[in-house]
Ligand binder design. Structure first.
Ligand SMILES: NC(=O)c1ccc[n+]([C@@H]2O[C@H](COP(=O)([O-])OP(=O)(O)OC[C@H]3O[C@@H](n4cnc5c(N)ncnc54)[C@H](O)[C@@H]3O)[C@@H](O)[C@H]2O)c1
Ligand SMILES: [Zn+2]
Length: 367
């Protein structure tokens, strides 16, 4: 069953999100968008490329005059300027021009890198997103944020670049490994917590179907997340206000991700950050104790961590403070008023944040 969501800005349609279970609708849509006869570069990584690049090439063979594939080594450590430079060089070599198209095929890393390349190549050419990880399908492919890590900072260099299309084939999730899939569930649960209590309840009620990767359930879940993200990005496309709510769990999460040198997955760190933020929300008397424990324990059946050993609380705190989102006005922290309602808090003291970190820091009892 196909689903279509249209992202509007100032009441004008900007791009469609198509949710499908194969690639059969892609060529027709690209023709409708006016790409017949242009050249395209599929930017992907070396894990996703071998599985899907040929299928896409085949699906669009009647659309483009030429299709090139550029695959870089998979992983966050390659989300950097060297990769950008190599992709741009390849595009120059292939004589791509201003009317041509970049196709981002992969997870969030590919989407961010390819989108950024499209935003700067010849002052900007079109890009479409074909997200293949759960995280990319529910979050990163939508909303037009692109960029790479720079110096020691995550997403330090980038641009807003709206895609012309987001084409989700939910069947690509069948080749994603389980740990990646559940990491994506961290972001899915986040939507429920920050903006939709009934979605949160629905997710809990569909636990078995989600574990089974039941097609209809995954499709409904992905569609719902896309609608949540749509609501946020339409209201605040450039993160001047509400869009920051999506960073729930990310302040402490990013610091742990960095401390652990990327050995934990982004979604896993987000889950830990959500638990810490929910704990702080309880201590600020926004959530009840029962609500806090319920939120915390909900991550467990989705194979996500709720505590971590082997961290240095003070070091995590330092990393939070060195994050670029921290300005002189204090750390912009996202807390919960209740399940389904988040808010921005800039008044937290270091001690309150530290207590949140201590809550998730598992210390084994021993002599
Ligand atoms: N732009 C945004 O708004 C935004 C939002 C959230 C996250 N992000 C970014 O997204 C990135 C994380 O995304 P991610 O979790 O998708 O990571 P990722 O792109 O590294 O993908 C995870 C792994 O799964 C593999 N993979 C992806 N799809 C697959 C498939 N269908 N079959 C087999 N393997 C597959 C990839 O090769 C990779 O090894 C981070 O860099 C984060 O900063 C961006
Ligand atoms: Zn995230």
């Amino acid at each position: 069953m196909s689903k279509l969501i249209t992202i509007n800005m100032n009441r004008k349609p900007i791009y469609d999100i198509m949710i499908e279970n194969d690639f059969s609708q892609l060529a027709e849509k690209l023709k409708t968008l006016g790409y017949e006869g242009v050249k395209a570069t599929i930017v992907t990584d070396k894990l996703v490329g071998p599985i899907y690049a040929d299928t896409i090439k085949d699906a669009v063979k009647d659309v483009f005059s030429d299709v090139f594939v550029y695959a870089f080594d998979a992983g966050e450590q390659n989300k950097n300027m060297d990769t950008v430079q190599a992709i741009l060089a390849d595009m120059v070599e292939n004589k791509m021009n201003r009317h041509d198209l970049v196709i981002a095929l992969g997870g969030g890393v590919v989407g961010d890198v390819a989108g950024f390349c499209a935003s700067i190549f010849m002052r900007g050419i079109d890009v479409i997103q074909i997200p293949t990880s759960l995280l990319a399908q529910v979050d990163s492919s939508i909303g037009g944020k692109t960029g790479v890590d720079f110096l020691q900072y995550k997403n330090m260099v980038g641009a807003f670049k709206m895609p012309k299309l987001v084409y989700i084939n939910t069947n690509t999730l069948s080749t994603l490994d389980d740990r990646q899939f559940y990491a994506g569930m961290g972001e899915v649960l986040k939507y429920g917590l920050i903006m939709d209590a009934s979605f949160y309840e629905w997710l809990l009620s569909k636990l078995y179907e989600i574990h089974d990767k039941d097609a209809a359930t995954l499709e409904e879940m992905i569609e719902h997340c896309c609608i949540c993200k749509q609501r946020i990005v339409e209201r605040d496309p450039e993160e001047k206000g509400d869009r920051a709510l999506l960073n729930f769990g990310h302040t402490i999460g990013h610091a742990i991700e960095k401390y652990k040198n990327l050995t934990l997955m982004h979604g896993e760190c987000v889950a830990l950050g959500c638990v810490a933020a929910a704990f702080i929300s309880w201590k600020k008397e926004k959530l009840s104790m029962e609500e806090y424990y319920e939120i915390r324990d909900m991550f467990v059946p989705f194979n996500l961590p709720i505590s971590i050993d082997d961290i240095d609380d003070e070091e995590i705190m330092k990393l939070i403070k060195s994050d670029k989102k921290t300005d002189q006005n204090g750390i912009k922290f996202i807390l919960l008023k209740k399940v389904g309602k988040a808010y921005i808090d800039k008044t937290l003291t270091d001690e309150e944040i530290l207590n949140g970190i201590k809550e998730i820091h598992f210390v084994e009892d021993g002599e």
